[in-house]
Design a protein. Structure first.
Length: 392
């Protein structure tokens, strides 16, 4: 028999004042008593839907130097927006300590994100700490980050030297006018391509390129992007425009389903503009993208279809916000305060136990539920956390 211990997770902070048009990210209001068996570490925890914990996404800043309308629209994310004050951010030591607890519970892959992760000062120092972590079997972690690429030309070599293994770079168009409009900072495509080249030269591959597709905005860039990155031998992933957060004014008619993207690629292949494509096996359980490969082996494409083809069934991702809230779903509206535990002096064991307890209660499957609802009811669903805060 195991003897249960009880650890309360209570967020005792007063709500942060909201100064912008959008309320500050919601703090956890959950008050829960977690039953913790002493045999906690014997087996990695499963959630209520029997999903293990494997990936951890860590948002290291809620700030970004882009204002993509689908993520951080300029009208909302003004200079007066209530970004997190510096003291609220987890320190690198706190992040590394939490990461070790997550690894003890099964996490094998860590992705740094944001906001724009390369804006966090001296991010290399955090990467060094994370790169030192070993699994219980003595293996290093798969350590990667997602970036808009603007600072990569300058930082790729130092990131690699610090221990970063791979990078995913976001780029929504090759057409300079369209791209400048989409990032809404008049930033040129050339800067991101330079970043991609630097990442490649530094050995941060295999590189992946993320393209969010918005119908009527950049869908005519699908084939040019595919041709470019096929020739480069890099994986291009098409992401369906998602209803994350509460500020992007998401509408279903702006989503171009992955099936339609694939059809355009196949049409281009039939015209000899691209090699033929064939479906590939998933590389790992819980992988977000459906993979296809060019028949000549030159490159892959991926489809991330959270809107039309929900993949909650084997979702094994946890998310740690910039201020140390644990979220169990990209579409969550509430987190679990881990920073409070850290700063209250909890032991490593208690922290791991608390995370395990939260994970074991997890039932989240937002995208699947959304798929079963009529589009008109989506607006009435509870407000969600912004992607720039929770991490993409
Ligand atoms: N700043 C980094 C970047 O640009 O890659 C990391 C953070 S960003 C939130 C992570 C990924 O989420 C990017 O590839 C971005 O394009 C994607 N993203 C943001 N908002 C989205 C939305 N509404 N739908 C689909 N993807 C989105």
């Amino acid at each position: 028999m195991t003897s249960p211990r009880v650890i309360p997770i209570v967020d005792q902070r007063p709500p942060r004042p909201s100064r912008g048009r959008v309320p500050a990210p919601m703090a956890s209001s959950r008050t829960g008593d977690l039953l913790l068996p002493d045999s906690l570490h014997a087996l990695p925890p499963l959630d209520r839907l029997k999903r293990p914990l494997h990936d951890l996404r860590i948002s290291v800043t809620d700030r970004c130097n882009f204002r993509c309308s689908y993520c951080m629209p300029k009208e909302v994310f003004t200079k007066d927006y209530p970004y997190l004050p510096h003291g609220d951010l987890l320190t690198f030591e706190e992040i590394a300590r939490l990461a070790r607890a997550f690894v003890s519970l099964g996490v094998r892959k860590i992705r740094l994100t944001g906001g724009e992760p390369l804006l966090r000062k001296n991010i290399e120092a955090l990467i060094e700490q994370l790169a030192d972590i070993r699994t219980p079997q003595g293996q290093p972690l798969e350590l990667t980050l997602t970036t808009n690429g603007t600072l990569l030309a300058r930082k790729a070599a130092s990131l690699k030297a610090a221990g970063l293994r791979r990078a995913t770079i976001s780029l929504d168009a090759l057409d300079d006018t369209i791209f400048r409009q989409m990032n809404d900072m008049d930033y040129p495509v050339a800067g991101v391509l330079e970043g991609i080249a630097a990442a490649r030269a530094a050995g941060l591959g295999p590189l992946k390129i993320n393209m969010v597709v918005k119908r009527g905005v950049n869908d005519h860039e699908i084939v040019p992007m595919a041709r470019h990155f096929q020739r480069e031998g890099l994986t291009l992933r098409f992401i369906e425009y998602m209803d994350v957060g509460a500020t992007n004014g998401w509408r279903m008619d702006e989503v171009l389903p992955s099936a339609a993207v694939l059809e355009r690629l196949q049409h281009a292949a039939a015209q000899g503009m691209l090699p033929a494509l064939a479906p590939l096996e998933r590389a790992a359980p819980g992988e977000t993208a459906e993979r296809w490969g060019y028949a000549d082996g030159s490159a892959e494409v991926g489809f991330i279809s959270s809107v039309t083809h929900a993949f909650c069934g084997d979702c094994n991702r946890a998310r740690l916000s910039t201020e140390g809230q644990l979220y169990l779903c990209l579409f969550a509206h509430q987190g679990h305060d881990l920073r409070g535990l850290l700063r209250a002096g909890a032991s490593d064991e208690d922290i791991a136990a608390a995370i395990s307890g939260v994970w074991q209660e997890r039932t989240d499957r937002y995208s699947e539920l959304r798929a079963s609802l009529p589009p008109e009811s989506l607006g009435a669903m509870r407000p969600r956390i912004e992607m720039s805060y929770i991490g993409g």
